[in-house]
Write a protein that binds this ligand. Structure first.
Ligand code: MN3
Length: 265
């Protein structure tokens, strides 16, 4: 099968499964707790004996990276990928599982629905769910939209970038500016707004443009880059601009386009 089509198909099914809320295997749909889910979570990472991500007990799962830890080198080193996925992302999942332990109604929701409906979350857990469901959704997307041979924007995505953001170079520049301008920790995004148009924005901490009441520019994120220091400090130290420039070499544009298609429904 054509590699491009094959990859779009893979990410299309990820999106259909709710990107991290559930995992489809040969044995059917699983939502954590079962033996198959446990096995999927505990699949050892190549070359890292005993590095089992600790995601606690609960419905939310850490999906394995869709490529090797070293696949994005030299732009992002294996050590950064391993620690970022197996520890940072795993901790958001673990904290989220703990936060919904005594709240079956919340535990039954997808992470995306949790962050879309934070107003419905009881006040005593709203902050922890904002941060950790946000962290879970953000990182699940982050792994999905990176890859070792991402190519360049094409098709509907390129048309939208040209029409709404003035072209690929201005879009890259705007995302870089948003990432550099975010003081402290956060994310820079390309979102599809309610009008169907692309926009560039940034959020603090683990906020996500799906948190429509809390963010400057609400929308469905199709691209997001993590500008927390944990995403780049080991390799780039304080040089966030160098990390952002390198990051654009490992964007999987076919996955971004699949998210655009899904967002436009
Ligand atoms: Mn991160």
């Amino acid at each position: 099968m054509d590699r491009h089509l094959s990859r779009r198909g893979f990410f299309g099914s990820l999106a259909a499964a709710g990107a991290g809320a559930a995992l489809v295997t040969g044995s059917g749909l699983i939502r954590g707790g079962g033996t198959a889910a446990r096995a999927a979570q505990e699949t050892p990472v190549a070359g890292v004996a005993g590095a089992t991500p600790d995601t606690g007990t609960g419905p939310f799962m850490l999906v394995p990276l869709p490529y090797d830890n070293a696949a994005l080198e030299p732009h992002i080193e294996a050590r950064t990928m391993r620690i970022h996925h197996n520890r940072h992302h795993a901790t958001y999942v673990k904290n989220l599982n703990a936060a919904v332990q005594d709240a079956p109604d919340l535990a039954a929701m997808s992470p995306e629905d949790l962050i879309r409906n934070l107003g419905a979350v009881p006040e005593d857990t709203r902050g922890v769910i904002r941060n950790n469901a946000g962290g879970h959704v953000n990182h699940t997307m982050f792994w999905e939209i990176m890859g070792p041979d991402g190519g360049a924007p094409a098709g509907d995505l390129l048309a939208a970038i040209d029409a709404d953001l003035g072209g690929v170079a201005p879009m890259t520049e705007a995302v870089t500016k948003a990432g550099l301008g975010r003081f402290g920790s956060g994310w820079a995004w390309v979102v599809v707004g309610a009008d169907g148009k692309l926009a560039v924005t940034s959020t603090p901490n683990q906020d996500n443009p799906l948190m429509s009441d809390l963010v400057d520019v609400p929308g469905a994120p199709i691209l997001g880059v993590d500008v927390w220091e944990h995403a780049y400090y080991l390799q780039y130290q304080n040089k966030r601009a160098d990390y952002l420039a390198a990051w654009f070499n490992v964007v999987n544009w076919a996955a971004v386009e699949a998210r655009l298609t899904a967002a436009r429904g």
